[in-house]
Design a binder for this molecule. Structure first.
Ligand code: SF4
Length: 559
């Protein structure tokens, strides 16, 4: 299969603007329809210079000249192509987020996102990340719900040395943010479980090696999220990725992938849809490139809020998307294929003790709503060497997994992890709570999240010690939904609310009943249902107590 590629500076042989096909929206900046003139300042920035070009300037100019030497277009635009965002300036309350100019919100420090495609690292790689956190990042390290590690307090002067260390062990921050193919999710236990449909390690690696950092895909209309997984627990949440390959077995007993496209949350959330095709493992790279090319060429570039692939899919529908993919981007049609089987369990986080194929065990554990430190990560790396097989993985639920622990060492490893407040057998509340970066560091945030998540699950553990059912509580600092408030049993979306005295305070809009799976649904927003941040524990306690008192036999809280 041949996939045509193009960039704004080196377009593929020019296609004349074609007459609109029936139903095709016009004038949204679709390159394939001839709309090449940038329609907003982000598109102009990308046309002026590709995001990938900023690396040279960081290494050769900005790291020497310091923060004040950084070109504003690079600072708020292209630096993201290498995982760098300015942090929120300290002391700015959430209520001011929307009314300040970007430069007023910028701190002189950066967040740095390290991509861990597939989620798996070695103890050596983890030690390097941990060392960067302790040495350059004030000992903060967040495990994100997209299998990245996010560092904070990074100075521009230190970035070349940080890259040298990361790249020395095969890690990268390239295209960790920006309008690019971001980290590609994979099952943290790929290749290790008897239950998996197939091991997606190889195709995932092939896509990363071939296409990440490729200028053919470094100017997409918006961010582009991928997942390639054969996990029977559906742990990468294929439903909310722009493109997802989901392990299936076809009618001939052949193992391959079901292709989903167009998922995404934020405002206008939308679940991905199946194209109904069967993709062989050796076709994953070309098909991924074909879908990504459709997004690049036909994706909408006029409005940033209308640019994700989900909007194109909403207009085209899966049938047309498949037709364009097969006729314009692939040289052979794909056969029809089956949908994925129902996931083998509700929880997708790989927390707990899981037998591995080789007779050893994987121990999944819950940090405090994804918040860790370099010091703790160093201890985890040491533990992985001493009691595991030297491998660690991040999940898409802000959890970590130690691989290859011998049966005789399982209890000792659980105990040692607990001394670092890393729990293999956490309460339902701790296990089920996730939080985004929030007001502490994020410039878009309206409310603080990480500390509130910590307070919330600890309070609930005290107040409802008998509650053991799986549930998800996702706490987000703003409507962007980085921690997926729409897909949680109890989703919190940060906003300013009025307290009992009429004062504007940090709080949350509540969404209830979201879940993944065959009957996936977004949580319902109840009009007027808002809680102050301080009132969050009381609110969750109240609805859980109500459920415990009124539930039917065999009824479960989670959708
Ligand atoms: Fe920032 Fe909002 Fe994303 Fe939270 S959800 S990390 S506050 S953009």
């Amino acid at each position: 299969m041949a996939v045509p590629t193009s960039t704004p500076d080196s377009p593929r042989p020019a296609r004349a603007a074609r007459p609109a096909r029936a139903g095709r929206p016009r004038g949204q900046g679709q390159w394939a329809l001839g709309y090449r003139e940038p329609l907003n300042k982000n598109e102009q920035m990308k046309k002026d210079a590709d995001g990938l070009t900023v690396r040279d300037r960081i290494v050769n100019v900005y790291a020497h000249g310091g923060f004040d030497s950084i070109d504003p277009q690079d600072l708020r635009g292209r630096m993201r192509w290498y995982g760098l965002y300015t942090q929120r300036a300290p002391g700015i309350p959430g209520g001011k987020t929307a009314i300040l100019e970007p430069e007023e919100l910028d701190d002189r420090y950066f967040m740095l996102r390290v991509r861990i495609d597939g989620g798996r690292v070695t103890s050596e790689q983890l030690r390097v990340i941990a060392g960067i956190s302790t040495e350059f990042g004030r000992d903060v390290a967040d495990v994100t719900d997209r299998q990245n590690v996010q560092l904070h307090w990074i100075r521009i002067e230190d970035v070349p040395e940080i890259w040298r260390r990361l790249e020395g062990v095969g890690l990268s921050t390239t295209e960790a943010c920006g309008d690019t193919p971001r980290v590609i999710l994979g099952c943290p236990l790929a290749g290790e479980l008897e239950t998996e449909v197939l091991d997606a390690t190889e195709p995932l690696r092939a896509v990363v090696d071939r296409y990440v950092g490729d200028p053919a895909f470094s100017n997409l209309p918006r961010k582009f999220k991928s997942s390639i997984s054969g996990c029977a627990e559906h742990c990468t949440n294929h439903e909310i990725n722009d493109v997802a390959f989901v392990g299936v077995v076809n009618a001939d007993g052949e193992r391959g992938y079901d292709l989903w496209v167009g998922g995404g949350l934020s405002t206008n959330p939308r679940f991905a849809e199946r194209l109904g095709v069967f993709v062989r493992p050796d076709q994953v790279g070309e098909v991924w490139a074909g879908v990504t090319s459709i997004f690049r060429d036909y994706g909408y570039r006029r409005s940033r809020n209308h640019a994700r692939l989900k909007f194109l899919l909403a207009d085209w529908g899966p049938e047309k998307f498949r037709e364009v993919l097969e006729t314009e981007y692939l040289t052979e049609k794909l056969p029809d294929g089956p949908p994925p089987a129902t996931p083998i369990q509700d929880q997708r986080d790989h927390v707990g003790v899981t037998p591995m194929r080789d007779g050893t065990f994987a121990l999944g554990f819950a940090p405090r709503a994804g918040r860790l430190s370099g010091t703790t990560l160093t201890a985890v790396a040491e533990l992985a060497d001493r009691l595991g097989d030297g491998r660690i993985a991040a999940t898409a639920q802000q959890k970590l997994v130690l691989l290859g622990v011998a049966a005789d060492d399982v209890d000792a490893t659980i105990d040692e992890l607990a001394t670092h407040d890393l729990l293999v057998k956490p309460s339902a509340f701790r296990r089920g709570t996730m939080a985004c970066t929030g007001l502490e560091f994020c410039k878009l945030a309206i409310v603080e999240t990480k500390a509130r998540a910590d307070t919330l699950y600890r309070e609930l553990e005290k107040r409802l010690p008998e509650f053991e059912e799986p549930l998800t509580i996702n706490i987000n600092g703003c409507p962007n939904s980085c921690a997926r408030f729409q897909t949680a049993d109890i989703g919190f979306k940060g906003s300013m609310v009025r307290d009992d005295d009429g004062n504007q305070v940090e709080g949350f809009q509540v969404h209830l009943g979201g879940h993944f799976g065959a009957d996936a649904a977004f949580g319902r927003k109840f009009r007027g249902l808002k809680v102050t941040a301080d009132g969050m524990p009381d609110y969750v306690e109240r609805i859980l107590r109500g459920y415990l008192e009124r539930r039917e036999p065999n009824e479960r809280f989670a959708g």
